[in-house]
Design a protein around this ligand. Sequence first.
Ligand code: DAH
Length: 368
Amino acid sequence: MTNEVIPNLTAFDEAALGQAFATLERQARDAASALGSPEAVEAFRLHWLGRKQGLLNEVSSRWLKAAPPEAKKALGQRFNALKSAVEALLDAASGAGPSDAALAAEAIDITLPGSRRLTGAEHPITKTLNEIVSVFAALGYSVGVGPEVETDFYNFECMNFPPGHPARDTQDTLVVANQDRRPQRDRLLLRTHTSPVQMRTMEQQAPPVRIVIPGKVHRNDATDATHSPIFHQVEGLCVDTNITFSDLKGTLDHAMKALFGSSVKTRFFPSFFPFTEPSADVQISCIFCGGKGCRKCKHSGWIELLGCGMVDPAVFAFAKEKQPAYDPKKISGFAFGMGVERIAMMKYGISEIGQFYAGDMRFLGQFA
Ligand code: DAH
């Protein structure tokens, strides 16, 4: 540790000072890295920081004194930096923690306000969808899902829309491109309704079946205040022995009361769907005017909400190919399908469907 000598400085420009102090700091570091005992640490302290013979003392008395006035400031700064560095090396070698100054520089002010994270909440569509599903879950229904990219067979043919049938035109279908070489029933499309999952369920499971199927559907529809090309449906299917239209009416009447309040009335209007016979549209008494007639219900007192009907024997015939128990002579069933957006818009009084998809936190935050 005696090999460091303090040379005389002859030049005092930035470069010369930089080099001179860098050399000293390197020497201090080398020496500090070799310290193995408390005695060696003490010797290091005396050697570098000793009041009388310490090297830093010598640096200050010789270099500082010899420096021309205009170099004194820069030299003083470098000297202080070197001194801090040597002190830090000594601290580290003697196992002491960082200096008070170093601690202060790293301290955090725990009195500053924290950054607040927003709590997540269900999207109103998800919320409504879950609510519908849980009404039926409470009646003993299970929950199923199916693919959004579907074949022509499941979306149409087995639901009793034969090829070329005009009812296909009522569902503006988005098809997957370049499928022309496949047989029609294998061609892929974006499902236009959740009804194909009725058949997928029956193929997997013999009766009795009670299932609801929530999911996303696609149609080649122009967007307006109440239509979106992508929306959500909840499908329902109940198959067992002796299922009647009364069961259908009772089930849906209960579901509408559970969703919209016990004072809501329902009525069933004749309608047509290829996969049900008879088919009906379900109307509920207007929840805005209580049935007296207002702008929302076009002064009729009723609002149309969903489609339903008794499963058509032609649909059971397709199911029977995989599950013989779907024999329309022995079993019967009902089905229904409802639009989730439409129900959410009614429940929350929303007049623009686009609000659901715009991602505006001022809108979404109201459902949290
Ligand atoms: N799939 C029909 C649609 O999207 C809705 C529907 C009507 C589903 C009657 C059913 C049903 O299960 O029985 O327009």
